[in-house]
Design a binder for this molecule. Structure first.
Ligand SMILES: Nc1nc2c(ncn2[C@@H]2O[C@H](COP(=O)(O)OP(=O)(O)OP(=O)(O)O)[C@@H](O)[C@H]2O)c(=O)[nH]1
Ligand SMILES: [Mg+2]
Length: 398
């Protein structure tokens, strides 16, 4: 099971992953110097005889939300982290919105830094924070997520959380939300070379199975590659499978040919598109409506491209009522029609929590009138999965 951390800066995400796994995920010199996470961190727990846990540790800094989004793609379980002294903060809300809109329905909450609470008022403060978090979770699929008061410094509560996560992993095993039967698809989050191995691409497999020796494709560029080796959950494996974090050793492709945001996928689905259909949903916290033609960032998997929204059933998408039934929109798609669930983001003001159909393009993000679909630019900048995953988030292009 892949677990993704979420939560405000400095609330103890990295410390808790270290306490749970013994792995330090902040490795960059700049991370150590500044005392904050900048890049995605990865850690694994392999209990003897039990299911493995893979952790993706995300940065909490508000300006690194795009990195957080790349990390949150493909997680099965969200570990929301809230410091007992601070309580709910802006990126607690923002990260929760991301995981909720990505369709993550399994999660737990860690109330961290409980060693900092005054013993005299500890119970009251804990109850306060728990009530605050429960209210925040109430409209989401994580409403019933269990809460664990923990301290990464003293270790209090860490074992209970670890056992809970292992139990969740054991329970989700065969009932994985991911679909192994579909074509292989993995968004790339890191690319590097290893002596004697060659180009290695890492990511969370979102669908399908690829055995060693499989012919794959790097989309959207269309470069062919052969899978010469796999590490799944940090251990040698004979195949890469849905729901696993994998490192794929690829023959026939140079490091420079693959970037974060590309997809390693079965050749049969390596289609690129500049237009997509999505179901739109405005996050309930968002006070402003979304107008057709708004330039946005489109996040799909680990990619982030700019695009324009064209609402087809109205000119304006308004905040959804409680439980947010989705608004819908459709748009032409060069190779047929695709449908997607999409994510939205609240706050800060420079970003729009929106979803819609889009014409992603790195260079052209000009707003287009809704009646000008036929004139929208056609550039290959997104890979079009055969069946969309709920992995869209769009924000106003600042
Ligand atoms: N007393 C106490 N300090 C903690 C605890 N957890 C984390 N800290 C401290 O809080 C600071 C931030 O911890 P991190 O784990 O880096 O926080 P983070 O959420 O990963 O921060 P970003 O990744 O930058 O968002 C560090 O100085 C930690 O030592 C805890 O349980 N108790
Ligand atoms: Mg961190």
């Amino acid at each position: 099971m892949i677990i993704g951390t979420a939560g405000h800066i400095d609330h103890g995400k990295t410390s808790l992953v270290r306490a749970l796994t013994g792995v330090e995920t902040d490795r960059l010199p700049e991370e150590k110097r500044r005392g904050i996470s900048i890049e995605l961190g990865y850690a694994y727990l392999h209990p003897p005889g039990g299911p493995s846990l893979g952790f993706v540790d995300v940065p909490g800094h508000e300006r690194l939300l795009h990195t957080m989004l790349a990390g949150a793609t493909g997680i099965a379980h969200a570990l929301l982290i809230v410091a007992a002294d601070d309580g709910v903060m802006p990126q607690t809300r923002e990260h929760l919105a991301v995981v909720a809109l990505l369709g993550v329905t399994q999660g737990s909450v860690a109330i961290t830094k409980i060693d900092r609470l005054d013993p005299a008022t500890r119970a009251t403060r804990l109850a306060e924070v728990q009530a605050e978090v429960r209210a925040l979770l109430a409209p989401t699929a994580l409403a019933q997520a269990p809460m664990f008061p923990v301290s990464a410094i003293t270790g209090e509560g860490v074992e209970a959380l670890r056992q809970h996560l292992l139990a969740c992993a054991a329970a989700c095993g065969s009932a994985s939300p991911h679909d192994s039967a579909r074509a292989f698809r993995m968004p790339a989050d890191r690319v590097f070379t290893l002596t004697g191995v060659g180009t290695v691409v890492t990511g969370s497999v979102t669908s399908g199975v690829a055995p060693v020796g499989a012919e794959l494709c790097i989309a959207p560029h269309g470069t062919g590659a052969r899978l010469r080796g796999v590490h799944a959950q940090n251990q040698p494996a004979s195949e890469a499978r849905t729901g696993q974090r994998c490192a794929l050793a690829l023959a026939g492709v140079a490091k420079e040919d693959v970037h974060r945001g590309d997809w390693v996928c079965a050749p049969s689905i390596a289609l690129a598109t500049t237009r997509i259909d999505v179901q739109c949903q405005l996050w309930p916290d968002e006070p402003k409506a979304l107008r057709s033609g708004t330039p946005v960032h489109v996040h799909l998997g680990t990619s982030d491209v700019t695009g324009s929204i064209v609402l087809l059933d109205s000119d304006t998408l308004r905040r959804a009522p409680p439980h947010w039934p989705s608004s819908c929109c459709t748009a032409p798609w060069p190779h047929g029609m695709a449908t997607g669930a999409c994510c939205a983001m609240p706050r800060p003001r420079a970003r729009w929590p929106v979803c819609a159909c889009s014409t992603p393009s790195r260079r052209s993000a000009t707003a287009k009138p809704p009646n000008a679909l036929h004139s929208l630019p056609r550039r290959h900048s997104l890979t079009a999965p055969r069946a969309w995953q709920p992995c869209w988030r769009m924000r106003r292009w600042a």
